[in-house]
Write a protein that binds this ligand. Structure first.
Ligand SMILES: *Cc1c(COP(=O)(O)O)cnc(C)c1O
Length: 393
Protein backbone atom coordinates (compact mmCIF):
# COMPACT_ATOMS: atom_id res chain seq x y z
CA UNK A 1 0.00 0.00 0.00
CA UNK A 2 1.26 3.46 -0.92
CA UNK A 3 1.43 5.92 1.96
CA UNK A 4 -1.28 8.07 0.34
CA UNK A 5 -3.58 5.02 0.36
CA UNK A 6 -2.74 4.44 4.01
CA UNK A 7 -3.58 8.04 4.80
CA UNK A 8 -6.93 7.76 3.04
CA UNK A 9 -7.79 4.53 4.84
CA UNK A 10 -7.02 6.13 8.21
CA UNK A 11 -8.90 9.29 7.25
CA UNK A 12 -12.03 7.23 6.58
CA UNK A 13 -11.99 6.00 10.16
CA UNK A 14 -11.06 9.21 11.96
CA UNK A 15 -12.39 12.16 10.01
CA UNK A 16 -15.80 13.70 10.45
CA UNK A 17 -16.10 12.89 14.12
CA UNK A 18 -14.73 16.08 15.60
CA UNK A 19 -17.82 17.32 17.33
CA UNK A 20 -18.14 18.88 20.75
CA UNK A 21 -21.72 17.81 21.26
CA UNK A 22 -21.65 14.11 20.47
CA UNK A 23 -22.21 12.98 24.04
CA UNK A 24 -18.94 11.01 24.11
CA UNK A 25 -20.31 8.58 21.51
CA UNK A 26 -18.06 7.52 18.65
CA UNK A 27 -20.56 8.61 16.03
CA UNK A 28 -22.26 11.95 15.57
CA UNK A 29 -25.98 11.89 16.29
CA UNK A 30 -28.55 12.16 13.50
CA UNK A 31 -28.77 15.90 13.24
CA UNK A 32 -32.29 17.13 12.42
CA UNK A 33 -32.72 20.89 12.13
CA UNK A 34 -34.76 23.60 10.50
CA UNK A 35 -34.80 26.58 12.89
CA UNK A 36 -31.56 27.36 14.67
CA UNK A 37 -31.77 29.68 17.68
CA UNK A 38 -29.52 32.61 18.57
CA UNK A 39 -29.08 34.32 21.92
CA UNK A 40 -29.15 37.83 20.50
CA UNK A 41 -30.14 39.61 17.32
CA UNK A 42 -26.48 40.53 16.88
CA UNK A 43 -25.49 36.84 16.81
CA UNK A 44 -28.28 36.12 14.36
CA UNK A 45 -27.23 38.98 12.07
CA UNK A 46 -23.61 37.83 12.20
CA UNK A 47 -24.71 34.35 11.07
CA UNK A 48 -26.80 35.86 8.28
CA UNK A 49 -23.87 37.86 6.95
CA UNK A 50 -21.67 34.74 6.77
CA UNK A 51 -24.37 32.23 5.83
CA UNK A 52 -22.71 31.25 2.55
CA UNK A 53 -19.50 30.34 4.36
CA UNK A 54 -18.69 26.75 5.24
CA UNK A 55 -19.54 26.04 8.86
CA UNK A 56 -21.94 28.89 9.59
CA UNK A 57 -24.95 27.63 11.54
CA UNK A 58 -27.85 29.75 10.31
CA UNK A 59 -30.83 27.63 9.26
CA UNK A 60 -31.21 23.89 8.57
CA UNK A 61 -31.05 24.23 4.80
CA UNK A 62 -27.57 25.78 5.07
CA UNK A 63 -26.19 22.73 6.87
CA UNK A 64 -25.87 21.25 10.34
CA UNK A 65 -22.64 20.41 12.21
CA UNK A 66 -22.98 16.85 10.83
CA UNK A 67 -23.33 18.11 7.23
CA UNK A 68 -20.16 20.16 7.67
CA UNK A 69 -18.29 17.18 9.14
CA UNK A 70 -19.30 15.05 6.15
CA UNK A 71 -18.33 17.79 3.69
CA UNK A 72 -14.95 18.24 5.37
CA UNK A 73 -14.34 14.50 5.16
CA UNK A 74 -15.03 14.46 1.42
CA UNK A 75 -12.85 17.56 0.93
CA UNK A 76 -9.99 15.74 2.63
CA UNK A 77 -10.49 12.48 0.69
CA UNK A 78 -10.39 14.38 -2.62
CA UNK A 79 -7.64 16.77 -1.47
CA UNK A 80 -9.89 19.63 -2.53
CA UNK A 81 -10.60 23.14 -1.26
CA UNK A 82 -14.23 22.50 -0.29
CA UNK A 83 -17.22 20.21 -0.73
CA UNK A 84 -20.95 20.79 -1.03
CA UNK A 85 -23.19 17.89 -0.02
CA UNK A 86 -26.38 17.82 -2.09
CA UNK A 87 -29.53 15.71 -2.21
CA UNK A 88 -28.48 13.14 -4.85
CA UNK A 89 -25.74 12.28 -7.30
CA UNK A 90 -27.82 13.68 -10.13
CA UNK A 91 -28.24 16.94 -8.18
CA UNK A 92 -24.45 17.08 -7.85
CA UNK A 93 -24.13 16.84 -11.66
CA UNK A 94 -26.88 19.41 -12.24
CA UNK A 95 -25.79 21.99 -9.63
CA UNK A 96 -22.13 21.75 -10.62
CA UNK A 97 -23.06 22.46 -14.25
CA UNK A 98 -25.46 25.29 -13.35
CA UNK A 99 -22.77 26.90 -11.21
CA UNK A 100 -20.62 27.69 -14.25
CA UNK A 101 -23.05 28.10 -17.14
CA UNK A 102 -25.62 30.69 -18.21
CA UNK A 103 -27.79 31.49 -21.23
CA UNK A 104 -25.71 31.96 -24.38
CA UNK A 105 -22.92 29.68 -23.16
CA UNK A 106 -21.77 26.37 -24.60
CA UNK A 107 -21.02 23.13 -22.73
CA UNK A 108 -19.08 20.08 -23.91
CA UNK A 109 -20.37 16.80 -22.50
CA UNK A 110 -18.89 13.32 -22.89
CA UNK A 111 -21.11 11.02 -24.96
CA UNK A 112 -21.13 8.31 -22.29
CA UNK A 113 -22.26 10.29 -19.23
CA UNK A 114 -24.89 8.99 -16.84
CA UNK A 115 -28.24 8.97 -18.71
CA UNK A 116 -30.11 11.40 -16.41
CA UNK A 117 -27.19 13.91 -16.67
CA UNK A 118 -27.66 13.78 -20.42
CA UNK A 119 -31.43 14.18 -20.01
CA UNK A 120 -30.79 17.35 -17.96
CA UNK A 121 -28.54 18.74 -20.71
CA UNK A 122 -31.01 17.90 -23.48
CA UNK A 123 -34.22 18.92 -21.73
CA UNK A 124 -33.25 21.74 -19.39
CA UNK A 125 -29.99 23.34 -20.58
CA UNK A 126 -31.23 23.54 -24.15
CA UNK A 127 -34.47 25.21 -23.00
CA UNK A 128 -32.44 27.79 -21.04
CA UNK A 129 -30.40 28.84 -24.04
CA UNK A 130 -27.25 26.79 -23.43
CA UNK A 131 -25.71 24.99 -26.41
CA UNK A 132 -24.70 21.37 -25.76
CA UNK A 133 -22.14 19.41 -27.80
CA UNK A 134 -21.35 15.78 -27.04
CA UNK A 135 -17.86 14.41 -27.60
CA UNK A 136 -16.21 11.00 -27.79
CA UNK A 137 -14.78 10.41 -24.28
CA UNK A 138 -11.71 8.71 -25.79
CA UNK A 139 -10.75 11.77 -27.83
CA UNK A 140 -8.27 13.08 -25.23
CA UNK A 141 -6.56 16.40 -26.01
CA UNK A 142 -8.41 16.59 -29.35
CA UNK A 143 -11.44 17.72 -27.38
CA UNK A 144 -10.04 21.20 -28.05
CA UNK A 145 -11.39 21.05 -31.61
CA UNK A 146 -14.92 21.37 -30.16
CA UNK A 147 -14.11 24.27 -27.86
CA UNK A 148 -15.78 27.52 -28.85
CA UNK A 149 -15.34 31.07 -27.56
CA UNK A 150 -18.38 30.59 -25.31
CA UNK A 151 -17.49 27.12 -23.99
CA UNK A 152 -17.65 27.45 -20.21
CA UNK A 153 -17.78 23.83 -19.03
CA UNK A 154 -16.35 20.46 -20.09
CA UNK A 155 -18.28 17.73 -18.29
CA UNK A 156 -17.13 14.12 -18.42
CA UNK A 157 -17.19 10.89 -16.46
CA UNK A 158 -14.52 8.30 -15.65
CA UNK A 159 -15.32 5.62 -16.58
CA UNK A 160 -18.41 6.17 -18.77
CA UNK A 161 -21.78 4.84 -17.59
CA UNK A 162 -22.73 1.32 -18.77
CA UNK A 163 -19.83 1.05 -21.25
CA UNK A 164 -16.86 2.03 -19.04
CA UNK A 165 -14.66 3.97 -21.48
CA UNK A 166 -11.83 5.48 -19.44
CA UNK A 167 -10.95 8.98 -20.69
CA UNK A 168 -7.54 10.60 -20.60
CA UNK A 169 -8.41 12.78 -17.60
CA UNK A 170 -5.28 15.03 -17.55
CA UNK A 171 -5.47 15.67 -21.33
CA UNK A 172 -9.14 16.66 -21.30
CA UNK A 173 -8.86 18.84 -18.20
CA UNK A 174 -5.75 20.52 -19.62
CA UNK A 175 -7.59 21.35 -22.86
CA UNK A 176 -10.44 22.83 -20.80
CA UNK A 177 -8.04 24.87 -18.66
CA UNK A 178 -6.23 26.31 -21.68
CA UNK A 179 -9.53 27.60 -23.07
CA UNK A 180 -10.69 28.99 -19.74
CA UNK A 181 -13.48 26.42 -19.33
CA UNK A 182 -14.18 24.64 -16.03
CA UNK A 183 -13.66 20.86 -16.15
CA UNK A 184 -16.15 18.79 -14.14
CA UNK A 185 -15.69 15.05 -13.73
CA UNK A 186 -18.24 12.54 -12.42
CA UNK A 187 -16.01 10.17 -10.43
CA UNK A 188 -18.71 8.00 -8.85
CA UNK A 189 -17.40 4.61 -10.06
CA UNK A 190 -13.90 4.86 -8.57
CA UNK A 191 -14.64 6.83 -5.36
CA UNK A 192 -11.81 9.06 -4.03
CA UNK A 193 -10.01 5.91 -2.85
CA UNK A 194 -9.31 4.67 -6.38
CA UNK A 195 -9.04 7.94 -8.30
CA UNK A 196 -8.38 11.52 -7.27
CA UNK A 197 -9.34 13.61 -10.30
CA UNK A 198 -8.38 16.98 -8.75
CA UNK A 199 -4.77 15.80 -8.62
CA UNK A 200 -5.06 14.96 -12.33
CA UNK A 201 -6.00 18.54 -13.18
CA UNK A 202 -9.80 18.45 -12.95
CA UNK A 203 -11.43 21.59 -11.47
CA UNK A 204 -14.51 20.04 -9.90
CA UNK A 205 -15.30 16.38 -9.10
CA UNK A 206 -18.84 15.16 -8.43
CA UNK A 207 -20.01 11.94 -6.79
CA UNK A 208 -23.19 10.09 -6.16
CA UNK A 209 -23.03 9.44 -2.41
CA UNK A 210 -25.85 6.91 -2.85
CA UNK A 211 -23.40 4.35 -4.29
CA UNK A 212 -20.24 3.05 -2.60
CA UNK A 213 -19.68 6.07 -0.35
CA UNK A 214 -22.73 5.30 1.79
CA UNK A 215 -22.70 1.74 0.49
CA UNK A 216 -25.87 0.16 1.87
CA UNK A 217 -28.57 1.06 -0.69
CA UNK A 218 -30.45 3.14 1.86
CA UNK A 219 -29.27 6.75 1.43
CA UNK A 220 -29.51 9.30 -1.37
CA UNK A 221 -27.06 12.17 -1.59
CA UNK A 222 -24.30 13.61 -3.73
CA UNK A 223 -21.10 15.64 -3.43
CA UNK A 224 -19.47 18.47 -5.35
CA UNK A 225 -15.79 18.85 -4.46
CA UNK A 226 -13.85 21.81 -5.86
CA UNK A 227 -10.14 22.32 -6.40
CA UNK A 228 -10.30 26.00 -5.44
CA UNK A 229 -12.02 28.08 -2.77
CA UNK A 230 -13.55 30.18 -5.54
CA UNK A 231 -15.21 27.21 -7.25
CA UNK A 232 -16.28 25.89 -3.86
CA UNK A 233 -18.03 29.17 -3.07
CA UNK A 234 -19.69 29.28 -6.48
CA UNK A 235 -21.07 25.73 -6.15
CA UNK A 236 -22.19 26.22 -2.54
CA UNK A 237 -24.02 29.42 -3.44
CA UNK A 238 -25.73 27.75 -6.39
CA UNK A 239 -26.91 24.87 -4.21
CA UNK A 240 -28.34 27.42 -1.76
CA UNK A 241 -29.93 29.57 -4.48
CA UNK A 242 -31.66 26.43 -5.73
CA UNK A 243 -32.64 25.45 -2.19
CA UNK A 244 -31.13 21.99 -2.20
CA UNK A 245 -30.24 20.16 1.00
CA UNK A 246 -29.39 16.68 2.32
CA UNK A 247 -31.56 15.20 5.07
CA UNK A 248 -30.01 14.54 8.48
CA UNK A 249 -30.58 10.81 8.25
CA UNK A 250 -28.77 10.57 4.93
CA UNK A 251 -25.83 12.59 6.31
CA UNK A 252 -25.63 10.13 9.21
CA UNK A 253 -25.78 7.09 6.91
CA UNK A 254 -23.09 8.53 4.62
CA UNK A 255 -20.72 9.24 7.50
CA UNK A 256 -21.28 5.73 8.83
CA UNK A 257 -20.92 4.10 5.42
CA UNK A 258 -17.61 5.86 4.77
CA UNK A 259 -16.02 4.14 7.79
CA UNK A 260 -15.97 0.80 5.96
CA UNK A 261 -15.40 2.06 2.40
CA UNK A 262 -11.85 0.79 2.21
CA UNK A 263 -12.60 -2.81 3.27
CA UNK A 264 -15.81 -2.94 1.28
CA UNK A 265 -14.09 -1.84 -1.92
CA UNK A 266 -11.29 -4.34 -1.44
CA UNK A 267 -13.84 -7.15 -1.15
CA UNK A 268 -15.97 -5.87 -4.05
CA UNK A 269 -12.82 -5.86 -6.20
CA UNK A 270 -11.74 -9.35 -5.15
CA UNK A 271 -15.21 -10.85 -5.73
CA UNK A 272 -15.48 -9.03 -9.05
CA UNK A 273 -12.16 -10.40 -10.27
CA UNK A 274 -13.27 -13.95 -9.43
CA UNK A 275 -16.57 -13.53 -11.29
CA UNK A 276 -14.78 -11.96 -14.26
CA UNK A 277 -12.27 -14.82 -14.43
CA UNK A 278 -15.23 -17.18 -14.78
CA UNK A 279 -17.18 -14.97 -17.20
CA UNK A 280 -14.15 -14.50 -19.49
CA UNK A 281 -14.07 -18.26 -20.10
CA UNK A 282 -17.68 -18.58 -21.22
CA UNK A 283 -18.24 -19.08 -24.96
CA UNK A 284 -21.39 -16.87 -24.87
CA UNK A 285 -19.35 -13.85 -23.75
CA UNK A 286 -18.07 -11.56 -26.50
CA UNK A 287 -16.33 -8.89 -24.46
CA UNK A 288 -15.91 -7.58 -20.93
CA UNK A 289 -16.15 -3.85 -20.29
CA UNK A 290 -14.33 -3.17 -17.01
CA UNK A 291 -11.55 -0.58 -16.69
CA UNK A 292 -9.15 -3.11 -15.12
CA UNK A 293 -9.70 -5.55 -18.01
CA UNK A 294 -7.36 -5.19 -21.02
CA UNK A 295 -10.35 -5.27 -23.43
CA UNK A 296 -11.81 -2.08 -21.97
CA UNK A 297 -11.43 1.08 -24.08
CA UNK A 298 -9.04 3.39 -22.22
CA UNK A 299 -7.64 0.55 -20.05
CA UNK A 300 -4.18 2.18 -20.33
CA UNK A 301 -5.53 5.35 -18.68
CA UNK A 302 -7.05 3.30 -15.88
CA UNK A 303 -3.62 1.71 -15.34
CA UNK A 304 -1.94 5.10 -15.23
CA UNK A 305 -4.46 7.14 -13.22
CA UNK A 306 -6.42 4.78 -10.95
CA UNK A 307 -5.41 2.93 -7.78
CA UNK A 308 -8.01 0.18 -8.10
CA UNK A 309 -11.24 -1.05 -9.65
CA UNK A 310 -14.68 -1.43 -8.08
CA UNK A 311 -17.53 -3.92 -8.58
CA UNK A 312 -19.47 -2.57 -11.57
CA UNK A 313 -18.90 -3.76 -15.16
CA UNK A 314 -20.75 -4.78 -18.31
CA UNK A 315 -20.61 -7.92 -20.40
CA UNK A 316 -21.31 -7.91 -24.13
CA UNK A 317 -22.81 -11.24 -25.12
CA UNK A 318 -22.57 -12.76 -28.58
CA UNK A 319 -25.51 -11.85 -30.83
CA UNK A 320 -28.54 -14.14 -30.74
CA UNK A 321 -29.04 -14.37 -26.97
CA UNK A 322 -31.41 -11.38 -26.64
CA UNK A 323 -34.42 -13.26 -25.22
CA UNK A 324 -32.43 -15.93 -23.35
CA UNK A 325 -30.57 -13.15 -21.50
CA UNK A 326 -33.87 -12.05 -19.96
CA UNK A 327 -34.62 -15.60 -18.76
CA UNK A 328 -31.05 -15.86 -17.44
CA UNK A 329 -31.37 -12.65 -15.38
CA UNK A 330 -34.81 -13.65 -14.08
CA UNK A 331 -33.38 -17.00 -12.96
CA UNK A 332 -30.54 -15.58 -10.83
CA UNK A 333 -31.17 -15.83 -7.12
CA UNK A 334 -28.26 -13.82 -5.63
CA UNK A 335 -28.36 -11.02 -8.22
CA UNK A 336 -31.17 -8.49 -7.73
CA UNK A 337 -32.86 -6.64 -10.57
CA UNK A 338 -32.81 -2.91 -9.95
CA UNK A 339 -31.15 0.42 -10.49
CA UNK A 340 -28.20 1.95 -8.73
CA UNK A 341 -25.24 -0.05 -7.42
CA UNK A 342 -22.48 0.31 -4.85
CA UNK A 343 -24.47 -1.34 -2.08
CA UNK A 344 -23.49 -4.64 -0.46
CA UNK A 345 -25.66 -6.68 -2.84
CA UNK A 346 -25.16 -8.03 -6.35
CA UNK A 347 -27.29 -6.74 -9.23
CA UNK A 348 -27.81 -7.52 -12.92
CA UNK A 349 -29.75 -5.55 -15.55
CA UNK A 350 -29.72 -5.44 -19.35
CA UNK A 351 -28.52 -2.11 -20.80
CA UNK A 352 -28.76 -0.72 -24.32
CA UNK A 353 -26.08 1.93 -24.92
CA UNK A 354 -27.10 2.77 -28.50
CA UNK A 355 -29.99 5.28 -28.02
CA UNK A 356 -27.86 7.46 -25.74
CA UNK A 357 -25.07 8.23 -28.21
CA UNK A 358 -24.77 10.99 -30.72
CA UNK A 359 -21.01 11.66 -30.96
CA UNK A 360 -20.02 8.00 -31.18
CA UNK A 361 -21.75 4.89 -32.47
CA UNK A 362 -22.28 1.73 -30.51
CA UNK A 363 -21.13 -1.00 -32.86
CA UNK A 364 -21.47 -4.18 -30.79
CA UNK A 365 -24.38 -6.30 -31.94
CA UNK A 366 -24.97 -8.60 -28.98
CA UNK A 367 -26.95 -7.80 -25.84
CA UNK A 368 -25.22 -6.06 -22.93
CA UNK A 369 -25.73 -6.85 -19.25
CA UNK A 370 -24.47 -4.63 -16.45
CA UNK A 371 -23.43 -6.50 -13.32
CA UNK A 372 -22.69 -5.20 -9.86
CA UNK A 373 -20.76 -7.70 -7.77
CA UNK A 374 -21.66 -7.46 -4.10
CA UNK A 375 -20.25 -8.86 -0.90
CA UNK A 376 -21.81 -12.32 -1.12
CA UNK A 377 -19.54 -15.35 -1.14
CA UNK A 378 -17.90 -15.24 -4.61
CA UNK A 379 -18.07 -19.01 -5.21
CA UNK A 380 -21.83 -18.83 -4.61
CA UNK A 381 -22.12 -15.93 -7.06
CA UNK A 382 -20.30 -17.97 -9.72
CA UNK A 383 -22.56 -20.95 -9.05
CA UNK A 384 -25.58 -18.68 -9.49
CA UNK A 385 -24.16 -17.41 -12.81
CA UNK A 386 -23.41 -20.99 -13.90
CA UNK A 387 -27.04 -21.92 -13.32
CA UNK A 388 -28.24 -18.80 -15.14
CA UNK A 389 -25.98 -19.43 -18.14
CA UNK A 390 -27.73 -22.78 -18.67
CA UNK A 391 -30.56 -20.72 -20.23
CA UNK A 392 -28.18 -19.44 -22.92
CA UNK A 393 -28.02 -22.68 -24.84
C1 LIG B 1 -25.96 6.79 -9.97
C2 LIG B 1 -25.14 7.79 -10.65
C3 LIG B 1 -25.44 9.15 -10.55
C4 LIG B 1 -26.68 9.63 -9.85
O1 LIG B 1 -26.64 9.39 -8.49
P1 LIG B 1 -27.98 9.38 -7.61
O2 LIG B 1 -27.46 9.49 -6.23
O3 LIG B 1 -28.67 8.09 -7.93
O4 LIG B 1 -28.79 10.56 -8.04
C5 LIG B 1 -24.60 10.06 -11.16
N1 LIG B 1 -23.52 9.65 -11.84
C6 LIG B 1 -23.20 8.35 -11.96
C7 LIG B 1 -21.98 7.98 -12.71
C8 LIG B 1 -24.00 7.37 -11.37
O5 LIG B 1 -23.69 6.09 -11.52
Amino acid sequence: MKSSDKNLTNALIHLGRDNQSNGRSVNLPIHQASTMLFNTLEEFEEARSTRYDMGTLYYGRYGTPATFELENTMTHLEQGAGCVAVSSGLTACVISIMSFIKAGDHILVADTVYGPTRAFCDNVLSAYGVDVTYFDPLIGADVDQFIQDNTQVVFFEAPGSSTFEVPNIPAISEAARKSGAVSILDGTWATPLYCQPLKLGVDVVVHSGSKYLSGHSDAMLGFIVSSSKEHYRTTRKMSLFIGDRVGGNDVFLALRGLRTLSVRLRQHAENTQKCLDWLAQQSEVERILYPAHPDCPGHEFWQRDFAGATGLFSVIFKPGYETQIRTMINSLSLFGIGLSWGGFESLAIPVDPSPFRTATTWSSEGPVVRFHIGLEDPESLILDLENGFKFLK
